[in-house]
Design a protein around this ligand. Structure first.
Ligand code: MN
Length: 244
């Protein structure tokens, strides 16, 4: 399922469709003028909208520097890749990416995908953020974990246990369709076929960035406080939409 360049642009444009422009940062329109098919989607809220769980300065640097950097470096690496594969296609066939840029496509492609998903997985606490999962998502969490609190405990433990930089994930496992908690190092994710063990492969519904750049300015070494506050801004409606 190869995406055309036009489709890739349309896809990233859709990701940012409902967005308010974050002041003082690169906008989607600005990054769209840079060479390459992949663009930085607008944030779906202002950079101060997730306070106090995630502070404004962290959001500005995380989005405007780190995420933008992954987009820029991915586009540079993609000059050595033929065609215009989507990120999902690339993750399935990383071992076919030309050797000189394979690591860059893995790290920066993961960085782009993971952060796109991360921003969309959150919402201000006084809007869609926080609360409880509803409907089919709530039912499936209860079915596969026993209860919401059992799931949250497993997820928080996974996020707290990542050694160094990485992500915690809730996925629909490819092999059996069950909801499973997992984690990856660096910018790897559960779609990377040749990277992740089979029992950890699946469709990501929710991801938590536990790189120090995601929390250190405000929380310093208190990653567990970052994780517990993050639950207050999870956008469960978006997670349920991904469940499909
Ligand atoms: Mn990050």
């Amino acid at each position: 399922m190869n995406m055309t360049r036009r489709d890739a642009l349309k896809h990233t444009a859709l990701l940012g469709a409902a967005a308010a422009v974050a002041p003082g940062l690169l906008t989607r329109a600005e990054t769209a003028s840079l060479p390459g098919a992949f663009t930085l989607p607008d944030l779906p809220y202002a950079t101060n909208a997730l306070e106090p769980a995630i502070d404004t300065k962290t959001m500005q640097i995380h989005y405007g520097k780190h995420h933008a950097g992954y987009v820029r470096k991915l586009n540079a690496a993609m000059k050595s890749v033929s065609g215009t594969p989507s990120l999902e296609d690339l993750f399935k066939k990383l071992d076919e990416v030309p050797a000189p840029v394979q690591t860059s496509v893995r790290n920066n492609g993961g960085g782009v995908y993971n952060h796109n998903l991360f921003w969309e997985s959150m919402a201000p606490a006084n809007k869609e953020g926080g609360g409880l999962p509803q409907g089919a998502l709530a039912a499936k969490i209860n079915q596969d974990f026993g209860s919401l609190s059992a799931f949250q405990e497993a997820f928080s433990k996974s996020a707290g246990s990542v050694f160094g930089s990485g992500w915690a994930w809730l996925i629909v496992r490819e092999s059996d369709g069950k909801l499973v908690v997992t984690s990856t190092s660096n910018q790897d994710n559960p779609l990377m076929t040749s990277v992740v063990k089979e029992e950890h492969l699946g469709k990501p519904l929710l991801g938590l960035d536990v790189w120090e750049h995601a929390y250190y300015l405000h929380y310093q070494n208190r990653r567990s406080d970052y994780i517990s506050n993050w639950w207050k801004i999870v956008n469960w409606n978006e997670v349920e939409r991904r469940l499909g």
